[in-house]
Write a protein that binds this ligand. Structure first.
Ligand code: SF4
Ligand code: SF4
Length: 447
């Protein structure tokens, strides 16, 4: 593949992993196909560890590790990936074997901690400049890895609240104001299809931003919007997403294709959402129904202070510890050490703020510019105590280090090869699985 910056030459092979002669494939790879057999038998020269979609599917999607970011869809130069009926990425036309879906997947080739340890022109680890936040906890080395660079921290509510907003509607108020004033041409946000399911779209008016108010705990591949043209006059947009999505966005921006760019370059403001884990929407709906809630009455689902809160249009239907719904969560989230959106310009969530308000962390120059442009639309107070954020980030970090079958190494290589992945995950309980044929219809044929 051809990348502009310092991506390892060729494909995800910059790590120097040992590969079988003539082909970067391990014998015993459950996703090995006819191409591999021909290459191995005949010594056909091919780039080592050249990855086709069915290998990404085998290692991530069919190993039940996909977190629904849509990065593979955004990264595919031939637009060969779409979303299947099961809500997972699938081939929709011929795969060229360019390896991009592997290289940009945060559960496959991309080691996101290494991406954020070396951000171009910025440093992870400066302490927040709020005097109130210069606590020992926020200045510790561990916290610098776990929560990243923060300029200032605020507790925020929107001045004009939209229907359905969550925790003061800070993101809705900020984005609709930035669109109304021309600071942005649009924003990629997720709107509710129903209480359990969402869909990403490009909102290009303040009304469209307001129509997407409120959270939906469904990873509906929002980065896929970046693999489509944005439309005439849409040149400066925001992207709102979970930390894994922000990581892939940063990788797409930092290592763009030379000849056909995604729309990632148009993103001038990345808003990360505090996130410990997300859910399989169908499984969550089923789990909520299993404890006696009529799911047809559910109007919204929120997670706050470790509890899952389910409401109808008029009343609270359920409030239970979110850990009771663990079986409905995305397994891949166990491997994520980024609670706070290390690559974001602004991070937003409800932890550390009182009900009805959101916590906003301002991280970068782009974040400061947007913040300065939008504060008129927001009721803001300096946040006194970031320790709940630091503690949750530390817990997330420990969990990820426990679950990752590869080393967690912020100073290590950015990319992991498929061969390395095969070996490391072999005994993990999340090993590479043969992909479903409906998902990868090239599995048994050569292209
Ligand atoms: S063509 Fe698309 S599906 Fe195939 S390897 Fe490249 S990115 Fe993946
Ligand atoms: S985790 Fe993201 S990039 Fe990886 S397969 Fe799933 S949607 Fe694609």
């Amino acid at each position: 593949m051809t990348l502009v910056e310092d991506h390892p030459a060729g494909t995800a092979t910059g790590t120097g992993a040992p590969v079988a002669k003539g082909m970067g494939v391990s014998l015993g790879d459950p996703a090995a196909d006819l191409r591999d057999e021909i290459a191995i038998a005949g010594g056909v020269p091919e780039l080592p560890d050249k990855i086709w979609f069915h290998k990404t599917a085998a290692a991530v999607i069919d190993a039940e590790r996909c977190v629904g970011c849509g990065g593979c869809i955004a990264a595919c130069p031939s637009r060969s990936i779409g979303v299947a009926e099961d809500g997972k990425p699938t081939l929709v036309k011929m795969c060229t074997g360019c390896s991009a879906c592997w290289d940009y997947c945060p559960l496959a080739g991309l080691s996101t901690e290494a991406l954020h340890a070396h951000p171009p022109g910025a440093g992870i680890g400066r302490a927040p400049t709020n005097a109130a936040n210069e606590s020992a906890a926020a200045n510790s080395t561990a916290a610098r890895i776990e929560i990243g660079h923060i300029d200032s921290a605020w507790s925020v509510a929107g001045r004009a609240s939209a229907a359905g907003v969550q925790d003061g509607g800070a993101v809705t108020a900020l984005l609709s104001h930035l669109r109304a004033t021309g600071f942005l041409d649009g924003a990629i946000v997720t709107r509710r299809v129903d209480a359990f399911h969402g869909e990403p779209f490009l909102a290009t008016s303040p009304d469209q931003v307001r129509a997407a108010a409120g959270s939906v705990y469904h990873q509906s591949h929002p980065l896929q919007v970046l693999n489509e043209p944005l439309g005439k006059g849409v040149e400066r947009i925001a992207f709102v997403g979970t930390p894994c999505q922000i990581s892939v966005l940063r990788a797409l921006q930092r290592f763009p294709w030379k000849y056909r760019r995604s729309s990632a370059g148009a993103v001038v403001l990345a808003i990360g959402l505090l996130c410990t884990r997300s859910f399989e929407p169908d499984k969550l709906e089923e789990a909520v129904g299993a404890v006696g809630v009529a799911t047809s009455e559910v109007a919204r689902v929120d997670v706050r202070d470790g509890e899952l809160v389910v409401r109808s249009a008029s009343t609270e239907l359920l409030r239970r510890p979110v850990k009771e719904f663990h079986a409905a969560s995305l397994k891949g989230c166990d491997e994520c050490a980024d609670f706070t959106g290390l690559g974001a310009d602004l991070t937003v969530g409800n932890l550390a703020s009182e009900p009805g308000r959101s916590t906003v962390l301002v991280r970068t120059e782009a974040g400061r510019d947007a913040w300065a442009a939008a504060t008129g639309a927001l009721d803001v107070r300096l946040l006194e105590d970031l320790s709940p954020v630091v503690q949750t980030a530390a817990r997330d970090h420990k969990r990820a280090v426990r679950f990752l079958a590869r080393p967690f190494d912020p100073e290590g290589p950015l990319w992991t090869s498929y061969t390395e992945h095969l070996d490391r995950y072999a005994e993990s309980g999340r090993s590479v699985q043969a992909p479903a044929k409906f998902r990868s219809h090239h599995f048994e044929v050569t292209c």
